[in-house]
Write a protein that binds this ligand. Structure first.
Ligand code: NDP
Ligand code: 8X3
Length: 255
C-alpha cells in the first residue's frame, strides 16, 4: 500500500515539473514544502493545494544559488516539518543556446551555480534530517542532456552530467543510511524551460516543441510519484524518459 501523509520538499515548485509534482503528491495526501524565488506564485500554489487537497503546505522562498539562504531556510523549518521523507531537487534552468566560443559567461555561471551548487547546498542542508532517521529518498532532476552532449548545449549538458554523477556518488555514500537516490532524466517537456532558456523569446520557445507531441510536466510528476511509491526495499536508480518522438538528446521525429 502506498504511504500517504509524507513530507515532501520540492525545489523550484513555482512552475513546470516542480509545480506538477506538488500537485501530484498533494493529491495523494502528502504534505509539501514548496520552494522557489517567486513568492507570489508560491503563495498561490500553497492556497490552491490546501483548498483542493486538504494537505499541509509550507512555503520556503529562497534562491538555491545562495548558500546562506538555503541553510537558514532549511535549519529554521518548524520542528514538525523537519522529518522530510522525500527531497525533489528540481530547481534548475538552461540559459542560452550558443556555441562554446560565443556563449555568455554569466549564463554558464548561473547554470552551474543553480543546477549543480544549488542542488548540493539543498541536499547537504536536508540530509541531516534523513540520516538521523536512517530513511529518506532524494530525487534529482537530470536530463537527457546528461546522457548525450549536443551542439550548443555545452555547459547545460555539463551541469546535468554533474547531476548524474552527484546522484551516483550520493547513492554510494548514503547506502549506510538506507536513503534512496533516484535520478530522473527527461527529454523535452513543455514548461517555461524554453522561455527561460531563450530569455523571453516566445517564438524560439514555441519552436522547441513544434512538430511533435512533447512530454508534459504532469507526465514527469506521474513518473516521479511512481518512483516514490515503491516498497521500501526497492529503488529506481536512474530513469530516462522521453516523448515517443524523441530517441535521445539529439534525435527527434518531427512532422
Ligand atoms: P520551469 O522553468 O518551468 O521551472 C523551473 C523551476 O525552477 C521554477 O519553479 C523556478 O522558480 C525554479 N528555479 C530556477 N532557478 C532557481 C533558483 N535559483 N532558486 C530556486 N528555484 C529556482 O522548468 P522545468 O519545470 O522544465 O524544469 C525543472 C527541472 O527539470 C530543471 O532542473 C530542468 O533542468 C529539468 N529538465 C527540464 C526539461 C524540459 O524539457 N523542460 C527536460 C529535462 C530536465 P523561480 O523562478 O520562482 O525561482
Ligand atoms: C532539457 C532537455 O534537450 O533541452 O534538459 O537539453 S534539452
Amino acid at each position: 500500500m502506498v504511504q500517504t501523509n509524507r513530507t515532501v520538499f520540492i525545489t523550484g515548485a513555482t512552475s513546470g515539473i516542480g509545480k506538477a509534482c506538488a500537485e501530484k503528491f498533494a493529491a495523494a495526501g502528502d504534505n509539501i514544502i514548496i520552494n522557489g524565488r517567486r513568492a507570489d506564485r508560491l503563495t498561490a500554489l500553497k492556497n490552491s493545494l490546501q483548498k483542493d487537497f486538504n494537505v499541509k503546505v509550507f512555503e520556503l522562498v529562497f534562491d538555491v544559488q545562495n548558500k546562506e539562504e538555503v541553510f537558514t531556510a532549511v535549519n529554521n523549518l518548524p520542528e514538525e516539518w523537519k522529518a522530510i521523507d522525500i527531497l525533489i531537487n528540481n530547481a534548475g534552468l538552461a540559459l542560452g543556446r550558443d556555441y562554446f566560443d560565443e556563449a555568455d559567461l554569466t549564463d554558464w555561471e548561473t547554470m552551474l551555480q543553480t543546477n549543480v551548487n544549488g542542488l548540493l547546498y539543498v541536499s547537504r542542508a536536508v540530509l541531516p534530517f534523513m540520516t538521523k532517521r536512517n530513511t529518506g529518498h532524494i530525487i534529482n532532476l537530470g536530463s537527457v542532456a546528461a546522457k548525450e552532449m549536443y551542439e550548443k548545449g555545452n555547459v547545460y549538458c555539463v551541469s546535468k552530467a554533474a547531476v548524474d554523477a552527484i546522484s551516483k556518488t550520493m547513492r554510494i555514500d548514503l547506502l549506510q543510511h538506507r536513503i534512496k537516490v533516484t535520478a530522473i532524466h527527461p527529454g523535452a517537456v513543455e514548461t517555461e524551460f524554453a522561455l527561460v532558456r531563450f530569455k523571453g523569446d516566445k517564438t524560439k520557445a514555441a519552436d522547441t516543441y513544434k512538430g511533435y507531441v512533447p512530454l508534459t510536466a504532469a507526465d514527469i510528476a506521474e513518473t516521479i510519484y511512481y518512483t516514490a511509491s515503491l516498497p521500501s526495499h526497492v529503488c529506481i536508480n536512474d530513469l530516462v524518459i522521453t516523448a515517443v518522438s524523441q530517441a535521445n538528446a539529439i534525435y527527434f521525429k518531427k512532422d
